[in-house]
Design a protein around this ligand. Structure first.
Ligand code: G6Q
Length: 578
């Protein structure tokens, strides 16, 4: 087996300019052959030929059970994937991440979200600084603050206790905390409420402000950079609203805190650094819910449950760091994803939590995955040469079944899927949960097994359909099957289980990035739109001259907006102001 050096793409570039990357390795070509061989077989045939398949193609760690046996993959192909993981030195990649190497090379940063939830007393030295100490100290501040909030010791400008949080942040400073707060509703502290505001559309802030009492509200301004246009705009408007509704400059400190890495910008905004909870540049935005960015979680579910969430992630981290690849849950999940993406041509991946509390998980993972691995150049800057991250989307089951599953079952494109459920519910009502679980089990089965036209004929004949009618209708009622999915099961959606599931996905994404040779921790793809929006902003004005310095379509849209607004629709808009 050939060993591919650590910096995959770089070594190719230096060693052989003709090489396009990983697709030229013996391991990759081997996988192409396995995929070819499997074309003639059905997944159900693989089960029929191998009684151990379900058990052997399943793995459990940190309370999370993964069954990936319904993917169309053979034992030989799995072995070849493990050989690929070995060739790209996934194990070494994991070590480099957890040892604080600056693996986010385009931003020259370490990637150490594992340090935020390390309960094994590791040191994590970075440039001579003991990160573990800084992490512990900042978490202690968060815990003290959350505990004071829980006890009603944080008082607003009327002397009443604060009981409402408005978290203002976007992207990584919103999706994680929002998803976790929703997911952990059974753990919410009594009498406390949290609202999340992210969109620069004023209605998002307006909807929250309509529902809160300024005297009892804590605004949590969550922004790693403290320069993000949406967040700064919402934060300024929230402060203006606070001042216009009973607050005063001298009481801002009781009602506004900042979560950031940028003390100078926080101070410039008018928040006292004493009211700032810090994190660091080695915490990526979409990996930041474990840091100060998780303050809203701690405020809503209490500091002890926040710690439980971190401990769940830590348990998955420990497994990820120590389990051999063939038994490593995130590694296997990643490899199966590479298999479907690169060797079965699957371009879209559905995240399907059969759990209403996980309604925001698809949105969270959409960012985690697509922002991390939606890349087309490798670390060296050379074209990556193979397909990278798929389109990720999803909805909670069973809702999606009555919407887009049609395409999953019978569409011309194959979509892979993760079905996720908890065996027990926090809120049993009648047989709802049994029905939910029955659907969670049935859908992956239907996707894999399908239904032949012959079976449709037999069914309809039994129902006395005339033959000509059956002939007409049978092709529409047949399901090809053979569609891949993973089933992911936890006992109950506890903070620990949720932490473990999130960490599982973080590591899966990282491993896939290692295989594709991309930097999973930058996101330059979001920059261009931001720059252009800055240039366009002054032009969105009825007094602006006709736009000339963009392409004709963009100029036209700018002019049309201005013409419509001059014609009077703006007065309608006033109604929507917070
Ligand atoms: C996440 C991204 C991005 C980021 C937001 C908000 O990994 O970097 O989604 O979290 O753009 O950035 P700030 O926290 O700096 O406001």
């Amino acid at each position: 087996m050939s060993k591919i050096p650590i910096n995959l793409a770089k070594s190719f570039a230096f060693e052989d300019p003709e090489m396009t990357g990983i697709a030229d390795t013996a391991e990759w070509r081997d996988l192409v052959r396995h995929a070819e061989t499997l074309k003639a077989r059905r997944t159900t045939d693989l089960f029929a030929a191998d009684p151990q398949r379900a058990a052997d193609f399943s793995v459990e760690a940190a309370g999370v059970f993964l069954d990936f046996s319904k993917n169309k993959i053979s034992r030989e192909a799995l072995a070849a994937l493990l050989a690929l993981a070995n060739a790209v030195d996934v194990a070494g990649g994991i070590k480099r991440m957890v040892s604080g190497e600056r693996i986010n090379a385009t931003e020259n940063r370490a990637v150490l979200h594992v340090a935020l939830r390390d309960f094994a007393n590791r040191a994590y030295d970075l440039d001579g600084e003991n990160l573990a100490q800084a992490v512990r100290a900042e978490r202690a501040r968060m815990v003290a603050f959350a505990d004071a909030y829980a006890k009603g010791d944080l008082l607003g400008f009327t002397g009443e206790p604060l009981d409402t949080v408005v978290n203002i942040g976007i992207g990584g400073s919103d999706l994680g905390p929002r998803m976790v707060v929703d997911a952990l509703k059974p753990y919410w502290l009594e009498g406390k409420r949290t609202f999340f505001v992210s969109n620069v559309d004023g209605r998002d802030l307006g909807d929250a402000l309509d529902r809160v009492d300024p005297a009892r509200t804590l605004f949590v301004i969550a922004s790693k950079t403290f320069t993000t246009q949406e967040t700064m705009t919402n934060a300024s408007s929230a402060r203006a609203w606070f001042l216009a509704n009973g607050g005063a400059e001298e009481t801002v400190a009781r009602h506004f805190v900042a979560l950031s890495t940028n003390e100078r910008a926080v101070t410039a905004f008018g928040i006292d650094p004493a009211n700032m909870f810090r994190f660091w540049d080695w915490v990526g935005g979409r990996f930041s819910l474990w840091s100060a960015i998780g303050l809203s979680i701690a405020l809503q579910v209490g500091s002890a449950n926040f710690e439980r969430l971190l401990r769940g992630a830590h348990a998955m981290d420990e497994h990820f760091r120590s389990a051999p690849p063939a038994e490593n849950l995130p590694v296997l999940l990643a490899l199966v994803g590479v298999w479907t993406r690169n060797f079965q041509g699957v371009g879209a991946h559905a995240v399907l939590p059969y759990d209403q509390r996980l309604a925001r998980l698809p949105a969270f993972l959409q960012q985690a995955d697509m922002e991390s691995n939606g890349k087309s150049v490798s670390l060296s800057g050379a074209p990556v040469g193979v397909s990278t991250g798929p389109i990720v989307f999803g909805e909670p089951g069973t809702n999606g079944q009555h919407a887009f599953y049609q395409l999953l079952h019978q569409g011309t494109d194959i979509v892979s899927a993760d079905f996720i459920a908890a065996a027990s519910t926090h809120n049993p009502i009648g047989d709802h949960h049994e029905k939910l679980l029955a659907n969670f089990v049935a859908q992956p089965e239907a996707l894999m097994v399908g239904k032949t036209e012959k079976q449709v004929w037999a069914e309809l004949e039994k129902q006395d359909f005339p033959a000509n009618e059956i002939e007409r209708i049978a092709p529409h009622r047949a399901f090809h099957g053979d569609r891949p999915s993973n089933s992911i099961l936890v006992d109950r959606l506890t903070p620990e289980a949720l932490g473990a599931v999130i960490a599982m996905y973080e590591h899966k994404i990282f491993v896939q990035g290692l295989i594709w040779g991309v930097n999973s921790f930058d996101q330059w793809g979001v920059a261009l739109g931001k720059e252009l929006a800055k240039r366009i902003l002054p032009k969105i004005s009825p007094s602006a001259p006709p736009s000339t310095d963009h392409d004709a379509s963009t100029n036209q849209i700018i002019d049309r907006i201005n013409a419509l607004r001059s014609a009077g629709t703006e007065s309608e808009n006033q109604k929507d102001r917070p």
